[in-house]
Design a protein around this ligand. Structure first.
Ligand SMILES: Nc1ncnc2c1ncn2[C@@H]1O[C@H](COP(=O)(O)OP(=O)(O)OP(=O)(O)O)[C@@H](O)[C@H]1O
Length: 699
């Protein structure tokens, strides 16, 4: 059967064409799709580098470039370019299947040929070469092929290697950069392997087999599937994540089955959500009817709306879409509890709740706020049911030591407060999750076959109990996406202790699709050097996290006071707007609501329309916490000064300060600043009044 595949370059160029040309592309492709198996509408170019290259006429001034097989029946739409550029492309580029890695590659032979004499001259003048320490066998094993090896052997400096970035096949270039940076061949291989869907034995690679090579290169080219596949792909040109997955993402999302819970981790913007959404599509493709079998969930209503729209974009078959429920955990917990009790739990205003706890705790010597936090973060978190269990429990994450003699009074006050809440049908979200988990554990009801969880690093343990109780244990029961470096709430969770074992089924993504390398390198310094423990109890590091995108370094602006700082913010936002950045693509955040509100007011006074982070209209403004999971072209983080970032700890009812707890709080504050900064795609602006925050990298 003839097969049509589309290259990422084709779709990204298509997205940038003006509407008229796009329409012509649609028409030309429609005709081509009807007859491509007979080679219809394709023109051979006499002086093409690659004899398989053809042009496809789009309009008078535009051509598509197609790779047509000599034998076999796979066609690849490579790119779409203005007429002359398309011919120049065909005269310079050659495609090949890498004989060591099996992936599809393209190289600019004309550019390499014209670069060679200069390299020969330099090499003649210098006896030392860049890759003297690496054997041919190692280079070949890393994918450097016969076409590249002679020129690679001429290299005397990293700068010349960099100059070849756009000439060499991408994978070979990356392997050489890894070696040039001082990695051993084994270390470089680990980097190369990250970009492979799977390892193949070189002897089983057929250099003529384009189909197999395309299948091994899902981040670069994919086959059009089904009768409406081509149209669906063209529609996805503005959301390339729907079509092209990095091999690391692909391996997780489309693995046939995991023999238990699986987890995808990775730094901000590495596409964990994208991977989770594709995993949902993969699971949904198993079912055609029945109630929803798959739950895609996260911890807030707002993020849940974003997930829903991603599912709508990705799963085009309505029957499959109906197999998926997108719902946040609070909502599910509410439904489970309401169904059991016959009435929905009510959530009092935080002020009223605190007053109730103040009253219940009046004789205990603790404030209502302290008691409430102790109940949620220690008692509900560890599912402690008796005073004795509480007395013996560690109070991890509470930032203070509590003498054993004070615990009985505290326990009594908590019992009193929870009884009062119960009598008034008053609940907290954490409590509802715990109650829902109890109900499901007791009844054995399992609502879904599969649960996919995004932003998992911040879920309270009672929500994990609920998740565990939503699907029966077994293959593909849970798929978890999260980044421990983005933990901004006080829930340190060990999945294993909650009965969720991801050991051996956990993978890291390491390529950022969002922020530029300049923003990432700066933001990673904000995190500090303390190691972070992942949900799987293993140390998680961000040291191999990088971005192929480049841009300006972040700007740090110091001002004398808040007033001057807000003036500078207005100036910066105005500059972005003047550059044509849409207001909704600009996000502003501050550590506290007060700082965010001050920005909001000042921008409004300056005549700049503003809205909330989620809805708009206008420039989006909110707290650093609310930035989680969002993305903007330009981000300003303000008020990043001493005393505010990190926020000073609040007095804790005479509880002795625990240094390890405080260190943990400080790390969380670092994570929060990191999360805010890594929302930026193109530009990051950070400002402070007075002394800068100690977290800011020293220049
Ligand atoms: N394979 C891909 N192709 C194109 N774009 C991608 C791909 N994967 C992710 N992206 C884009 O990169 C950005 C970040 O992706 P995503 O939100 O999934 O990352 P994340 O790891 O969940 O981020 P965070 O942890 O910061 O919330 C999004 O704009 C997404 O569309």
């Amino acid at each position: 059967m003839p097969q049509l595949a589309i290259d990422k370059d084709f779709l990204s160029r298509y997205a940038k064409l003006d509407k008229r040309i796009q329409k012509a592309v649609d028409e030309a492709l429609e005709k081509f799709a009807e007859a491509y198996h007979a080679g219809g509408h394709l023109e051979k170019v006499t002086d093409a580098r690659d004899p398989r290259a053809r042009t496809l006429r789009i309009t008078l001034g535009y051509r598509g470039v197609v790779l047509a097989p000599e034998s076999g029946d796979t066609y690849l739409l490579v790119t779409v370019l203005p007429h002359d550029d398309a011919y120049a492309y065909i005269r310079s580029r050659r495609f090949s299947v890498n004989e060591a890695l099996g992936v599809l590659e393209v190289r600019d032979e004309t550019a390499l040929e014209s670069f060679t004499p200069a390299l020969e001259e330099l090499a003649a003048a210098d006896s030392a070469r860049l890759f003297d320490g690496v054997s041919d066998a190692d280079l070949v094993r890393l994918g450097v092929d016969a076409g590249s090896l002679p020129i690679v052997r001429l290299l005397t400096s990293e700068a010349h290697l960099e100059a070849m970035a756009k000439m060499l096949p991408g994978g070979q270039y990356d392997a050489l950069v890894a070696l040039a940076s001082g990695m051993t061949p084994e270390e470089a291989w680990a980097e190369v392997a990250k970009n492979l869907v799977g390892e193949v034995a070189p002897e089983s690679i057929d250099p003529e087999d384009l189909t197999a090579a395309i299948r091994r290169t899902p981040g670069q080219a994919v086959f059009v599937e089904g009768p409406h596949g081509l149209q669906a792909m063209l529609e996805a040109a503005f959301d390339l994540w729907r079509v092209f997955l990095h091999p690391q993402q692909h391996r997780m999302a489309y693995r046939t089955s995991f023999n238990g819970p699986a987890m995808v981790t990775g730094g901000a913007g590495t596409g964990k959500t994208v991977t989770a959404v594709h995993r949902v599509a993969h699971l949904a493709s198993r079912y055609q009817s029945g109630p929803p079998q798959i739950l895609l969930t996260t911890f807030t209503k707002t993020l849940d709306a974003a997930l829903r729209s991603q599912i709508e974009l990705l799963i085009t078959d309505p029957a499959q879409r109906e197999r998926v429920d997108v719902r946040n955990l609070d909502r599910i917990a509410y439904e489970v509890v309401a169904a059991e009790r016959g009435t929905g739990p009510a959530f009092p205003h935080a002020r009223d709740l605190e007053a109730l706890w103040d009253e219940a705790g009046a004789e205990s010597g603790f404030s209502g706020a302290f008691l409430l936090a102790e109940w949620e973060q220690v008692i509900l978190a560890q599912n402690l049911r008796t005073e004795r269990a509480y007395r013996e429990a560690a109070r991890r994450g509470r930032g203070g030591r509590l003498g054993a003699d004070r615990k009985p009074a505290l326990w009594r006050a908590v019992l009193d407060a929870t009884e009062r809440m119960n009598a008034a049908n008053q609940w907290t979200f954490t409590q509802v999750a715990a109650a829902a988990a109890d109900i499901l554990e007791r009844t054995g009801e399992r609502r879904y076959h599969h649960v996919v969880v995004d932003e998992a690093q911040d879920l309270h343990p009672s929500k994990w109990r609920l998740i565990r109780a939503l699907a029966p244990e077994g293959p593909d029961d849970l798929f978890i996406a999260g980044d421990p470096h983005q933990r901004i709430y006080d829930h340190r969770v060990s999945l294993a202790s909650l009965g969720v074992n991801v050991r051996g089924r956990s993978r890291r993504l390491s390529v950022s699709y969002r922020s530029t390398q300049e923003i990432l390198s700066w933001a990673v310094q904000v995190l500090g050097t303390a190691p972070t423990t992942g949900l799987d109890d293993l140390e998680d590091r961000l040291d191999t996290y990088s971005s192929p995108l480049h841009g300006r370094r972040p700007t740090v602006k110091g001002c004398t006071d808040r007033d001057a700082e807000l003036d500078c913010l207005v100036e910066q936002v105005q500059q972005w707007l003047d550059q044509g950045i849409e207001a909704g693509s600009i996000g502003i955040s501050g550590r506290t609501r007060k700082v965010a509100d001050a920005a909001f007011e000042r921008l409004k006074e300056a005549g700049i329309e503003c809205g909330t982070l989620i809805k708009g209209p206008g420039v989006r403004v909110g707290t650093m916490h609310a930035m989680k999971g969002l993305e903007f072209r330009c981000v300003a983080v303000i008020g990043v000064e001493e005393g505010l970032v990190p926020r000073e700890p609040q007095a804790a009812d005479g509880v002795e300060e625990d240094p390890s707890g405080r260190a943990y709080d400080v790390q969380r504050e670092r994570n929060l600043l990191f999360v805010s900064c890594t929302r930026a795609r193109d530009a990051l602006y950070v400002s402070h009044s007075g002394e800068p925050s100690p977290f800011l990298p020293v220049r």
